[in-house]
Ligand binder design. Structure first.
Ligand SMILES: *Cc1c(COP(=O)(O)O)cnc(C)c1O
Length: 354
């Protein structure tokens, strides 16, 4: 087909993008995507399958996902004054927010951070402003407050803790950002289960705050369920953009079921946190610089060529994320997801040989 025809139909912003790349992981020890390595105990899996018997595949799913939402409210202790929006992963929530954002206004986030904030801004045609983090990957208070003043962004995205750096930003600076923001501040708490902190307690006092969460990193990546909580006035607007049946019946029933066994997910998260400590210490022993992590992954830096380490790991069937070319401040940085004890051993043994 002629390039001409494509360029007459497809917007320039879209033509210039590269699609989000997911590497083929078949046959690898998969430590690149922040998945929980643990599955449900056999007995619970059987109960889950029994629970799915009630699914009516010929009917549309419950459009407001009432049962699922009340379970989410219970499990995550949501205040009755806030409203809840659910998405097909929190990626979809980021997209809903940006599709609703005023044209001609900007979206702002620190960088490096989660790539979808910028990618979605670009394909919806909103100008994205990135504000560099400081050397320790903390928010540069002065720089971000100046950028807010200058660009008057409609929406600010802060991942708390941040991906791919793994750290929690200084809470006081985050609160300063919320106070200074002229529009909405979205706090993305995708890694809350591993972090021991949350800004949920700021919702009541900050009317311009929205908190996002997801079940992906907690162990349900395959189901795709994300959520947002904020004052009802915000959620009512975003609800207009959410497609009516975005959460399918199998996801609704499965999440409802698994959330009634939260203790399993919580104990898996504890296991991951103790493994994180073990992997962290060993990487330090091996001479790598490791950044403090409040997530289920560790960002580390090599003083040699990260591309070579990444390739050496691939040769040993271990897949982690090479961030060396993702951003200038991530030069020679790699990100490893914390897996099961056996997977972490495989990774650490390979790193020892390398
Ligand atoms: C993984 C991740 C998400 C995406 O989560 P889904 O619910 O799987 O779409 C959102 N934000 C951050 C910071 C992430 O790392």
């Amino acid at each position: 087909m002629s390039d001409d025809r494509i360029s007459q139909v497809i917007r320039a912003e879209v033509r210039e993008l590269s699609a989000y790349h997911v590497p083929d992981s078949h046959g690898y020890v998969k430590l690149d995507a922040m998945e929980n390595p643990h599955s449900l105990p056999d007995e619970i899996r059987q109960q889950w399958l029994n629970h799915l018997h009630q699914a009516e595949l010929n009917r549309y799913p419950d459009a407001c996902a009432g049962g699922l939402k009340s379970r989410l409210r219970e499990v995550f202790n949501m205040d009755s004054g806030v409203e809840l929006l659910i998405g097909n992963g929190s990626d979809e929530i980021i997209q809903i927010i940006q599709m609703a954002t005023a044209r001609q206004r900007k979206v702002l986030a620190p960088e490096p951070t989660f790539v979808m904030y910028e990618m979605i801004a670009r394909f919806v045609g909103t100008q994205f402003v990135g504000v560099p983090l400081d050397q320790d990957f903390q928010l540069d208070r002065q720089a971000i407050l100046t950028a807010i003043d200058q660009h008057q962004p409609a929406v600010i995205f802060l991942a708390y803790p941040n991906n791919p750096t793994g750290n929690l930003f200084d809470r006081n600076v985050v609160i300063d950002v919320i106070r200074a923001a002229p529009g909405l501040v979205v706090i993305d708490e995708a890694y809350q289960a591993f972090a021991n902190d949350s800004l949920m307690d700021q919702l009541e006092s900050s009317q311009n705050l929205l908190i996002m969460g997801t079940l992906s990193k907690l162990g349900l990546a395959g189901l795709r369920l994300g959520y947002a909580v904020a004052a009802p006035q915000w959620i009512q607007q975003f609800e207009k953009i959410r497609l009516p049946y975005n959460i399918n019946v199998l996801t609704q029933l499965s999440v409802e079921f698994v959330l009634s066994h939260m203790e399993i997910l919580n104990s898996q998260a504890s296991l991951i946190k103790s493994e994180r400590q073990r992997v962290f210490s060993r990487l330090i022993e091996l001479g790598y610089m490791c950044y403090p992590s409040a997530c289920n992954f560790i960002l580390f830096r090599s003083d040699q060529d990260a591309d070579r380490i990444h390739q050496n790991l691939l040769d040993r069937n271990i897949l982690i994320k090479n961030l060396s070319h993702a951003h200038p401040t991530l030069r020679n940085c790699l990100r490893v997801t914390i897996g099961s004890a056996e997977e972490n051993d495989a990774f650490l043994n390979a790193m020892t040989q390398i």
